[in-house]
Design a binder for this molecule. Sequence first.
Ligand SMILES: *Cc1c(COP(=O)(O)O)cnc(C)c1O
Length: 395
Amino acid sequence: MRIYADNAATTKMSRTAIDAMLPYLDGIYGNPSSLHTVGQQAAEALMTAREQVAACLHCTAREIYFTSGGSEADNQALISAAALGAKKGKKHIISTSIEHHAVLHTLQALEKQGFEVTLLPVDEEGHITAQQVADAIRDDTCLVSVMYANNEIGTIEPVAEIGKLCREKGVLFHTDAVQAAGHLPIDVQAQNIDMLSMSAHKFHGPKGVGALYARRGIVLTNVIYGGAQERGKRAGTENVAGIVSMAAAFKEACENLEKNAAHMTQMRDRLIGGLSQIPHCALNGSRKNRLPGNVNFCFEGIEGESLLLLLDAKGICASSGSACTSGSLDPSHVLLAIGRKHEVAHGSLRLSLCEENTMEEAEYMLKEIPPIVEYLRSMSPVWKALERGEQQHLL
Ligand SMILES: *Cc1c(COP(=O)(O)O)cnc(C)c1O
């Protein structure tokens, strides 16, 4: 048995996405900029894909810019809004402490260029409120960037409320919707979203392709210079097969959104209920405003990496917000932001589901995880100190 429960990291491509891609790797290999038939067939496919993506987001095709993924879309959105702000002497940006590094590190780069960044703190479930944004907006604020849903703890932010507020205040609003696209309803008009980032590989499309929506009238800054592709705003011969495949995957995900969410929510809540029975653990994120496929716990007295290795041996692919796996010494900035202490943040486990997971798999994970946690604790000096009462339990 192998269970893939790491869909927040990446997803398996769907049959639909693979089938949509194949003709553009094989017969229709033209460059969309070429005037001959093979090129124009590719150009047409690109146009159709753009319309499909736009329809799912409730915008126009001209407002979609294809990118190499979510990170590039985030970079370009922030850099563009900053440049527009700087022109008017506005150099203050508001975001949150739990954004993806594609946003946080771009903001750090902008700080070095003289922008001032306010990172709003989140509550213990990972929420920020529109009121916090309202209180932080100043005369020189040029951008608010708040993620739609968090990739680690699954918390969904009140983007429509924040969008409404930003529109009223005349401040640009960007949302990193990489975890939301294809999983939660999106309507950029109704939600007053000015810019939005998405990435194909988070909804069963291919890796290395994404899109940036930028509302009509927003002049983007190039991150990549060269040819006139993407209306002059993103140079480079288009990844036609990837883009067509992303559009097909996105369309499929949006059409099945409610059905998939219902199934995933059921498995998620079963897992949350079952894992909550483990002593000295805590759910990370919100019980209510939560991505349908996200389960994230901290278990006291264990290391996330060890847990992942033992789970892998049982055929379970999961993830942790802890040190080695994320390639840095510090535990997840998201877990620290919701108030988890370092010791506890190291013992985290994220299970992220997709519609292909089954209740049977959820039951299998519920059977396997508690004894592994118990085993790791039995070997942990930290746990023994807790048991002897030499240290206070944090959870
Ligand atoms: C995965 C992810 C990204 C990065 O997208 P890539 O396509 O992998 O570059 C950005 N933001 C969030 C919230 C993500 O989950």
